[in-house]
Design a protein around this ligand. Structure first.
Ligand code: FNR
Length: 189
């Protein structure tokens, strides 16, 4: 049976480097790991508990369902002002609702790329904190950051360095390892 990952990108822009990184992750996925992109983050209004009481938006329900059905999650995100892009945090807030949460005991991989030297390391810490608070298990190590993105991608937005591709494959293997352990204790939702 294959290990099924639901993936989201924290950037909405068309030429996003982080989206390009996710595409490369899909190509680099180890045998038996499949990645499906959930692409409706922008369809969720700002989280509002009043609205939640009336009707949860369709995109938020779809996100929860995609997480519920997946064996693990992959978040590929840029860093905005040393933290989380609002659209990503908003989606997490919507999907976090319910008891138990779909995030409980969920394995989550985090990847990101940036033009600077730290390669999204600060947003990754913030994301780990949020996810841990939800009872999810962000992969503790290794971290996957890709700094200095201008030198990492070619004109077709493919990765230049085969070692980076290998690093992605290994990272996704670790995510699967963690996810397979955790799936035994995920709530049956
Ligand atoms: C940024 N950028 C950025 N980069 C970074 O490494 N640390 C940061 O704190 C920030 N802050 C920040 C804030 C805002 C509002 C924007 C729009 C951008 C630069 C960012 O990494 C760059 O725009 C990336 O290209 C965004 O990722 P995508 O869209 O290419 O995936």
């Amino acid at each position: 049976k294959s290990f099924h990952v639901v993936a989201v990108v924290g950037s909405l822009r068309k030429d996003s480097y982080n989206r390009a990184l996710l595409k490369e992750a899909i190509r680099a996925a180890p045998e038996g790991v499949t990645i499906d992109v959930f692409d409706q983050l922008a369809d969720m209004p700002f989280f509002n508990q009043d609205q939640e009481d009336i009707e949860t938006p369709a995109a938020a329900l779809a996100f929860k369902e995609a997480i519920r059905k997946a064996d693990g999650m992959l978040v590929v995100t840029p860093e905005y002002n040393s933290g989380l892009p609002a659209v990503l945090k908003n989606a997490i807030d919507w999907a976090s609702r319910g008891t138990p949460s779909v995030f409980k005991n969920l394995a989550v991989g985090i990847m990101g790329t940036s033009p600077g030297a730290l390669g999204t390391s600060k947003v990754q810490q913030q994301l780990k904190q949020s996810l841990s608070g939800l009872g999810a298990y962000p992969l503790a190590a290794p971290d996957f950051v890709l700094p200095l993105y201008k030198s990492q991608f070619d004109d077709e937005m493919k990765l230049n360095d085969p070692k980076t591709v290998t690093r992605i494959t290994k990272y996704l293997d670790r995510l699967r390892e963690l996810g397979l352990c955790l799936n035994a204790i995920r709530p049956k939702l």
